[in-house]
Design a protein around this ligand. Structure first.
Ligand code: ADP
Ligand code: MG
Length: 396
């Protein structure tokens, strides 16, 4: 699906001042960025704007400040320093966002300059999309650019606000994320195989529901499989289960059948008598899980079945690990499926915080076609929802 909003390519930015919302919500340890993925992801748009001769003002949130007042542990300075280190550009930092100091720093921005403002969430009103916040941020620049895909699902002041006052367009990261994650519903190369796992059916029901509309095969793993087993009348012992969602799980199975989407559920499971590093894994077929055991990972027969399905795919979308991958002995199913996807020629699109963590843990990130930088935002797109940040931009 073509992106339907204007991007930085569609607007003249030369000699203009641009305020761009990025997602520099990076993990920090002792004031140092421990994973710079999100800073890297913003660089293509920053580079483009700089090369076009725009003056660039960057803003982001970081962590969860209590609001109304600076918190030294959550300053954006380390992210600004990381941007300078990664690009070699001179990057200015201003330890203010909404006050006179920030206004003066923004006023001094010249073409080609890069200025990073302090954490937008050091003011509570930002999260409520207060018009005063929006007006203030818009007053700093001629053009608003949204490239913070990870927060594009939040209708907050720095995400949607400035679009009401100055022309608002998308950056390259936002465009690519939306294009990729909506593309699997518009016109995927087939067969399109979706792999959904993780802990709960309740948190993924919208994802499953929408994927069934598009996928040729839907593979289900992880803790959510056990609620599906209950819908099929199996007993699941002490496995993770959501009794209130059995009926919805059953409806999903019926919907898939009606839509011609093949659903694959685990045929065997690695189980344990308790949840822990020291637990001993024992394999049981899905209709034979003992009352005193819980499913921790997909079993070897299932792993083979799932890997075969993935190998035949032209497009794979994956969200949610196949088992408790944080414990090595229960990470085998997740790792095998991840390797099958990585080794295949298919277009592979990965979304979701824990799935991305799993892929990084196995060192397979470079072999995937696209790894989404947004957890919540990617899930909302896959559920078929519109993102408020994107909605607020100018139509192409
Ligand atoms: P994502 O962040 O990729 O969307 P989720 O948050 O839905 O994924 O799920 C990830 C969690 O699911 C992991 O912490 C993992 O341990 C857990 N999980 C996977 N399989 C099981 C299982 N069989 N029993 C309990 N928890 C599970
Ligand atoms: Mg998660």
């Amino acid at each position: 699906m073509a992106f339907t909003k204007k991007t930085v390519r569609d607007i003249d930015v030369a000699g203009k001042k641009v305020i761009m919302r990025v997602d520099f919500n990076v993990p920090l340890k002792d004031g140092v960025v421990t994973d710079d993925t999100r800073v890297r992801a913003a660089i293509p748009t920053i580079k483009y704007l700089k090369e076009q001769g725009a003056g660039i003002i960057l803003m982001s949130h970081l962590g969860r400040p209590k609001g109304d007042g600076p918190e030294p542990a959550l300053t954006l300075k380390p992210a600004a320093d990381k941007l300078a280190e990664l690009t070699g550009y001179d990057v200015q930092f201003c330890d203010d966002t909404y006050g006179e100091k920030a206004a003066a720093a923004c006023a001094a921005v010249k073409p080609g300059d890069i200025l990073v403002l302090e954490n937008v969430r050091f003011l509570k009103a930002e999260k409520k999309n207060d018009p005063e916040v929006a007006k203030k941020l818009a007053s700093y620049a001629d053009i608003f650019v949204l490239d913070a895909f990870g927060t594009a699902h939040r209708a907050q002041g720095s995400v949607v606000g400035p679009a009401a006052y100055i022309p608002a367009v998308a950056g390259f990261l936002l465009e690519k994320e939306v294009d990729t994650l909506t593309g699997i519903f518009a016109d995927p190369d087939r067969p399109f195989v979706a792999v959904v796992g993780g802990s709960k059916v309740s948190s993924k029901i919208g994802v499953l529901d929408h994927l069934i509309d598009s996928a040729d095969t839907l593979i289900i793993g992880g803790g959510m499989a056990y609620t599906f087993f209950l819908a099929k009348g199996y007993s699941v012992g002490k496995s993770l289960q959501e009794p209130d969602w059995i009926e919805r799980a059953g409806e999903m199975l019926k919907k898939a059948e009606a839509k011609g989407c093949q659903i694959l559920l685990p045929i065997d499971n690695v189980c344990a008598d308790h949840f822990g590093e020291d637990a001993e894994g024992v394999v049981f077929d899905s209709d034979k899980i003992p009352d005193d055991m819980m499913g921790m990972d997909i079993g070897p027969k299932t792993t083979e079945l799932y890997c075969d399905a993935v190998k035949k795919a032209a497009t794979v979308f994956w969200n949610g690990p196949m088992g408790v991958f944080e414990i090595d002995q229960f990470a085998k199913g997740t790792e095998a499926v991840a390797r099958a996807i990585a080794d295949s020629e298919c277009t592979s699109i990965i979304g979701g915080g824990d799935s991305v963590a799993a892929i990084n843990k196995f060192g397979l990130a470079d072999k995937m076609s696209w790894i989404s930088t947004g957890g919540g935002a990617s899930m909302e797109l896959v559920e078929g929802k519109a993102l408020p940040g994107v909605e607020a931009l100018l139509d192409a």
